[in-house]
Each structure stands twice: as C-alpha cells, then as structure tokens.
Design a protein around this ligand. Structure first.
Ligand code: SDX
Length: 382
C-alpha cells in the first residue's frame, strides 16, 4: 500500500472508536454481557424493567429500587393526547417506523426538560420514552386495523401491558414471557449502527430526543432492525400453509433459499458484522419461538425456519442473527409484520439512552476524516 494513501475502513468495519461500560459483545466466545451479566441469564431471571434499570444505572435494582422504578414507569404509560393527534395525522399507509420517528420527535418537542442534558434530566427523559413507546406502537397497529386506543393498565408489568394495549385483552403467560425475552435480547448491543448514530448526535451536544429520533431512522433499514420484518416477508413469500407438515414446509423453504442464493440475494435474518460464528442471542430467542410454535400449534413455521437455516448453512456457512427467530415469534404473537421493527425500537430505547448518557458524560465530538477522490483543484473558466 502507498504510504501516502490512508487505510480506508469502509463501514468502520473492525474499527474501535471508543470504550463503553454498557455491554460487551464477544465474537470469540460468542457472548453478550449487559453491564457484566450474560444476556441469557437476564432473559431467564429478570423482568425487562430490571434490565432497563441495569443498563441505565450499571447495577440491577434492589427490590425497593425496582418497586420505585416500576411505579414511575407505570405512571407514564398513557399515550399523550398531542402525540395521538399527531399520529392520527399520518396516513395508515405510512411505515410504522415513520410513526415511531415522528412520535419520538414530538415527545422531545413538548418535553419540559427537552434542552436539559444533565444526567438527572436525561434519566427522566429515558424513563418517559421507555414508558410511553408501547402505547405509540400499540395504538399505531390498532388504528391501522380500525380499532380504538386501549388505555394502559398499571396492574400489569411492562410486557403484559404492552400486549394488553396492542390486542385489547390480557395475553397468556407463555406469550408474555416470550415477549419479555425478546425485549431483553433486543435491548442493547454495543456500537451497532443505530446506537452509534445516537452517540454521534449526542457528541454535538444535541438533546436526547434528537439522538433517539436519529437512531430510529438508522434502525429502520433492512440491513439493521428492519431485518425482522424482512424475515417475515420471506416466510410469506415462501407461503405459510397452516396444515402443512414440518418436513414439507422445510423442503419448500430449502428450495426458496437455494434459488435466492443462486440469484446472489442477501437474505435478511442471516449474517452479522460482529458475530461470525452465530449471534449469541439466537439460542435464547429460538427457545422462545419454539414455545410460541408449541403454544399455537404451528409446526409449519418451524419447518420454514429450519429449512431456510439449513440451506443457508450448507450454501454459505452463514448463521442466523437475532432478527431471524424474532420475526416469526412476533408473527405468532399476533403482531402485524410492519410492527416488528417498532417493537425493536421500544426495547432498544433502553440501550440507546444508556449510550446517550454515557456519551454525554465523557464526550468528544465524533468527526472522522475522509480521503478525497474527486477532481484536482480547478477554476471557473468565465
Ligand atoms: C442487526 O450491529 C449489530 O449489533 C446489529 C444488531 C443489533 O442488535 O443492533 O445485531 C441487529 O442489525 C442484526 C443484523 C440484521 N441484518 C440482516 O439480517 C441483513 C442481512 N445481513 C447482511 O446484510 C449482513 O450479514 C450484515 C449487513 C448484517 C453484515 O454484513 P457485513 O459484515 O458488512 O458483511 P458483508 O455484507 O460484506 O458479507 C460478507 C459476505 C458477502 O459474501 P461475498 O459478497 O463476499 O461473497 O457474506 C455474504 C455477503 O454476500 N452475506 C450474505 C448475507 N450476509 C452476508 N449473503 C446472503 N445473505 C446474507 N444475509
């Protein structure tokens, strides 16, 4: 390489730009720690509220701290009237991620501490976003179905209430637990594209809601959060036949994958920039998907899942990422496919805001260099 020419690391692939205490993604050991705790243990033993507290404070809450935190969260769940009015102005043909982006921005515009970036104010704003986003996501899906808003219930925990506001009735414990697992697993993943977007915006000393709004924009893309919707689109394209055997479904999925790869298609739900031997979160979410398949007696979904995965493994030795099991799990829970990435938003609000606070507390403006490859200097002729 010519010593003058700088080394370009497109996509910042493999570049370490800062430290973080929030989480550790370790592709060598295929592990993920939130503030030192393995995410698999948190998904099994903790509520999503406890995990949110952990991400923001660095420690799991005591019973007393958890009680106080949950009281604060439950008191802020209702959909703000001005946010509901704004959502109602957006066409039901708009993408639900655009509704999320708009709602986050509107919440910022009307927040009394909008321009206060102190730790105390940022924590308060993080809790209000965390508490309010289920209502945004639930209402948006309901209005698209011609259903009225369902008011939150303070006697249900975060996950049970989220499902209640979406479907208008309490969901079975098995479904609530699988949903809680998905929220814990989606919460945080170090410097992924949307989190890094939030940190870049925070590094200019812009406010927390601006950073979250930018992060939502980044998450929408199918190479990132939008992949869980794309996974379901794949299942629909192959065709979901409720009475079909697992084996027959797998065979159809296998041939779909072989065709897709022959056409050099990128199949969403597979591959990862950091994990190269499989996404550490997949086994835990796959168990949650298995529980949903059993609960709803939908073996054909598992056939499609296994068929696609086996064909990708055989052809390119590429493993599934978290979006792969989560898409069909959300489908079985009853969510519309365009709602899947907004569910990712509701969870990742916690990781994003933990990083926003970390960036703000030890800030440096993020401004990389570029190597110019345009025309040499020239002058206007006239
Ligand atoms: C998330 O970063 C995070 O942590 C994100 C996330 C989080 O929690 O925040 O984990 C959430 O975004 C998960 C990823 C969801 N995205 C997808 O499922 C989209 C499909 N995946 C790919 O686009 C891809 O795997 C990326 C974008 C995720 C990562 O790609 P890289 O690291 O940039 O690698 P690459 O695209 O250059 O692929 C390397 C090779 C290529 O083959 P060649 O062209 O060199 O022959 O692997 C192939 C790719 O074609 N490949 C795929 C593939 N993923 C990689 N081929 C087909 N289908 C795929 N999905």
């Amino acid at each position: 390489m010519n010593t003058e020419e700088p080394e370009i690391r497109k996509g910042l692939n493999g570049v370490v730009v800062d430290t973080t205490k929030v989480s550790k993604v370790n592709p060598e050991t295929n592990s993920l720690l939130y503030r030192g705790y393995p995410v698999q243990e948190l998904a099994e033993k903790c509520s999503f509220e406890e995990v949110a507290y952990l991400l923001w404070h660095g420690e799991l809450p005591t019973d007393e701290q958890n009680e106080e935190f949950c009281k604060a969260e439950r008191s802020q769940r209702a959909l703000e009237p001005n946010v509901k009015k704004l959502i109602d102005l957006l066409p039901t043909s708009s993408h639900p991620m655009d509704v999320c982006r708009t709602a986050a921005s509107a919440m910022g515009a009307s927040h009394p501490k909008a321009e206060d970036s102190s730790r105390e104010a940022n924590l308060a704003k993080s809790i209000s976003l965390f508490a309010a986003f289920p209502a945004v996501v639930a209402y948006d899906q309901r209005r698209r179905r011609g259903q009225d808003v369902v008011e939150p219930r303070e006697d249900l925990d975060y996950s049970a209430n989220f499902l209640y506001m979406t479907f208008g009735e309490e969901q079975p414990p098995a479904v609530v637990d699988a949903f809680k697992v998905s929220m814990v697993l989606y919460a945080e993943h170090s410097f992924n594209a949307s989190t890094f977007t939030g940190r870049v915006i925070t590094s200019t000393l812009a406010d927390l809601h601006s950073a979250v709004t930018g992060a939502i924009g980044a998450l929408k893309g199918p190479l990132h959060g939008g992949a869980n919707e794309a996974v379901m689109d794949t299942f629909e394209e192959i065709g979901i036949r409720k009475e079909e055997s697992k084996e027959d479904a797998a065979a159809r999925a296998k041939s779909w994958m072989e065709d897709a790869l022959a056409q050099k298609k990128k199949v969403m739900g597979f591959g990862h920039r950091v994990y190269k031997h499989g996404d550490s979160r997949v086994p835990t979410m796959k168990a949650a998907l298995d529980a949903m398949v059993k609960h709803y007696e939908r073996d054909e979904i598992l056939g499609l899942y296994d068929g696609l995965q086996a064909a990708m493994q055989e052809a390119k030795d590429i493993q599934p990422n978290l979006d792969y099991p989560t898409g069909p799990a959300f489908h079985l829970m009853g969510f519309d496919t365009p709602t899947f990435t907004p569910l990712f938003v509701a969870s990742r609000i916690t990781g994003w805001t933990a990083h926003i606070m970390e960036q703000a507390e030890d800030n440096a403006l993020i401004r990389p260099l570029s190597a110019y490859s345009g025309p040499d200097e020239r002058h206007v002729g006239k």
